[in-house]
Design a protein around this ligand. Structure first.
Ligand SMILES: CC1=C(CCC(=O)O)c2cc3nc(cc4[nH]c(cc5[nH]c(cc1n2)c(C)c5CCC(=O)O)c(CCC(=O)O)c4C)C(CCC(=O)O)=C3C
Ligand SMILES: [Fe+2]
Length: 347
């Protein structure tokens, strides 16, 4: 494959600290101007410090970059692979400056979030606009790739992981075990304005849950619940929380669950703390056996999906827009998508 119109690929992610002294500066970057109370920051800092101040996310991005590089090379995609983050080093503006220094002019960007909404989509577009602004008029153009919530390269690894998690439950508990999907909670006001006509974060997650359940456990009842809420209690966020839901399930007699974090592409701190530590403790206290399903990480199907998304952008497209669901797919968000707009955002 020849690469026009692009001459660079950007892996765009959240970023995380990798040593204890970086935890608080990272958290201040994440929450700047967002009214997250100090006590919540101190609490979240403890979660990071529990793992030696090392978030898993940067290492996951290094591994994913390496896998993308290998996949591109094996499939004649001749694009240099760059990586930049929203909240921690390598910071996006530094990466964009590096691209400019390397003579890169037009970049296709993959953000590590499958869904629409402010945190998962628009904020990355704002980050691109701000980083280009910092670098100046000779910054490369950067086009963000579309959402991939229903792409088989995302849905199928999740479905396999759910099947594998059921197999880890005690055999006598498997038949009645409940399938529970989780995603990052967001304020209900943010959920209402997600996507071009609102509600798209929840709608995409509901569809992805149905697709993963349909492939992995057809006919089995499942739920979609939320995790990792922050912000003051006075502001409503999507509910129920996974821990409250485990209580409700236990009260109704459920004694085993598979938890599938479809809101995430890899085992972020939210997964290894909020699920593997906190929700696992809740389940243990309730006598509920919990098997947490894996995330795609650097699954070859997920990596191939990234290449296919890039190929969709060639003119003429070298791949059809793939997807298993029925919700509309669109390539480029309207500039005012996920309003209220707080900062300038790239298209
Ligand atoms: C929808 C969504 C995703 C999924 C989409 C995506 O992946 O982008 C996501 C991912 C992530 N969130 C992460 C970390 C944090 N998120 C926070 C705070 C917040 N997240 C929010 C939403 C989301 N977040 C929101 C509405 C807030 C409130 C403040 C605000 O409006 O911005 C805070 C502040 C402390 C706290 O309150 O928890 C931290 C530390 C990490 C890195 C983990 C690691 O280190 O492995 C990742 C991948
Ligand atoms: Fe977050």
């Amino acid at each position: 494959m020849t690469a026009p119109p692009y001459d660079g690929f950007l892996l765009l992610s959240f970023g995380g600290p990798e040593r204890p002294q970086d935890v608080m500066p990272f958290l201040r970057n994440v929450t700047r101007g967002r009214g997250v109370p100090d006590e919540r920051l101190a609490e979240v800092a403890e979660h990071y410090l529990h793992f030696g101040g090392v978030s898993p996310i940067n290492e996951q991005c290094r591994r994913l970059s390496a896998a993308i590089r290998a996949d591109f090379a094996a499939n004649d995609v001749d694009l240099p692979v760059y990586w930049g983050n929203r909240n921690w080093h390598p910071m996006l503006a530094d990466t964009v400056a590096q691209m400019r220094d390397d003579g890169v002019r037009r970049v296709v960007a993959f953000a590590t979030s499958a869904y629409g909404g402010y945190s998962s989509c628009r904020q990355y577009r704002e980050n691109i606009a701000a980083a280009r602004d910092t670098v100046g008029p000779d910054a490369p153009q950067i086009d963000k790739l579309r959402h991939f919530a229903d792409h088989p390269g995302f849905v199928e690894p999740h479905a396999d992981a759910v099947r594998a998690a059921f197999a880890r439950l005690d055999p006598e508990r498997q038949a009645a075990a409940r399938l529970v999907f989780t995603a990052h909670s967001i304020p209900t006001a943010m959920a209402a304005t997600a996507g071009p006509d609102g509600g798209r974060y929840e709608a995409q997650l509901a569809e992805t849950a149905a697709l993963v359940a349909g492939l992995s456990a057809p006919g089995r009842p499942y739920d979609l619940v939320w995790q990792s809420r922050s912000g003051p209690p006075s502001i409503p966020w999507l509910a129920p929380d996974i821990n409250d839901h485990l209580e409700a399930l236990a009260r109704s007699g459920v004694d085993a669950v598979v938890v599938s974090p479809i809101g995430f592409v890899s085992d972020h701190l939210e997964v290894v703390w909020d699920l593997d530590t906190e929700a696992a403790e809740t389940a243990a206290r309730l006598g509920v056996q919990l098997a947490r399903a894996a995330t795609p990480g650097a699954d070859p199907r997920f990596v191939a999906m990234i290449r296919e998304l890039v190929k969709e952008r060639l003119v003429p497209p070298a791949a059809e827009p793939a997807g298993l669901g029925r919700l509309p797919r669109w390539d480029t968000c309207p500039v005012d998508c996920c309003a209220p707009a707080r900062r300038p955002a790239s298209a």
